[in-house]
Design a binder for this molecule. Structure first.
Ligand code: C5P
Length: 279
């Protein structure tokens, strides 16, 4: 019998994303606090003579099933061929790691199926700068261009609202439009995340340096942030990655759900998902 391994590819959220420099090859140095949400894509992976991919699910439209999909490239990097069934729940090119998280889930599933380890970080990085962090879990500090990963000792569950206004943001354009590429990193001391008011004030003092250039390219992102900030109980609203998805951290499930309902009424065509940040 052919064994199938199921894997979850959670939404990745950059609670902070500081751009601290640029390498000679053009890649940017980052300092980012990366967490995951409990919504994501689902994969089922089986070994097969050739690699193939089927894409289904509510957000499958426009997602390629050919070799351009990162899932194909991940199987190739792993060195094993497989059939992969991918159920898309996350928007693509949206700053929440859709493709990177799918690739990471493929690698984890192949490691489980074969008993071989996930390839080294340098190989993961060539799939995408967000792939190494997506192979991990929990709260992680990501630096370098994405290859330096430091797991945090503890994180917390936190009600979150994710909103994507349905525009693509080309990542290279956003990086290229940065005003300053040499911004301060995060402090080395993290707060006690279970102290909500400390956690919120610490996060509020940090940034996503890509937010301003992304808003310049896609002004609707500012509208998403102001819709979130206008909701009762929203403790912090920020863009994730290079956008366009923004997240709102809420003081309670009730305030998060009320915000989702209110924003859905005003913006029926936005992708709006209630979720939890995982600890
Ligand atoms: O590696 P990934 O495919 O996610 O990167 C997409 C683009 O984003 C790169 O081609 C590069 O222009 C930019 N990028 C960057 N610095 C990083 C990550 C991405 O300049 N650390």
């Amino acid at each position: 019998m052919v064994r199938t391994v199921e894997a979850f590819a959670p939404a990745k959220i950059n609670l902070t994303l500081h751009v601290t420099g640029q390498r000679a090859d053009g890649y940017h140095l980052l300092d980012s606090l990366v967490v995951f949400a409990d919504i994501g894509d689902r994969l089922a992976v089986q070994r097969a003579p050739d690699t193939s991919l089927t894409v289904t699910g509510p957000l499958a439209e426009g997602v390629p099933s050919d070799e351009s999909n990162l899932v194909h490239k991940a199987a190739k990097t792993f060195g094993v061929s497989a059939h992969i069934a991918l159920e898309k729940h996350l928007p693509a090119a949206a700053g929440i790691g859709g493709g990177s998280s799918d690739a990471a889930a493929t690698l984890r599933a192949l490691a489980d199926l074969t008993g071989k380890p996930v390839p080294p970080v340098a190989d993961l990085l060539s799939l995408g700068a967000d792939v190494p962090v997506c192979v991990g879990h929990g709260w992680q500090r990501m630096s370098g261009i994405g290859e330096e990963i430091a797991p945090l000792a503890n994180g917390v569950r936190w009600p979150v609202l994710l909103i994507n206004p349905g525009v693509d943001v080309p990542t290279p354009t956003v990086f290229a439009a940065l005003q300053s590429k040499n911004n301060p990193p995060m402090p080395d001391e993290f707060p006690d995340w279970s102290d909500r008011s400390d956690a919120v004030s610490w996060l509020a003092a940090q940034r996503n340096d890509l937010e301003a250039p992304a808003i310049a390219a896609r002004p609707v992102i500012a509208e998403v942030l102001s819709a979130l900030r206008g909701c009762l109980g929203c403790e912090l609203a920020r863009m994730s990655g290079s956008g366009a998805t923004c997240f709102g951290l809420f003081e309670s499930v009730e305030s998060r759900d009320a915000a989702a309902e209110a924003i859905r009424t005003d913006y029926a065509d936005w992708w709006i998902e209630t979720s939890w940040i995982l600890s």
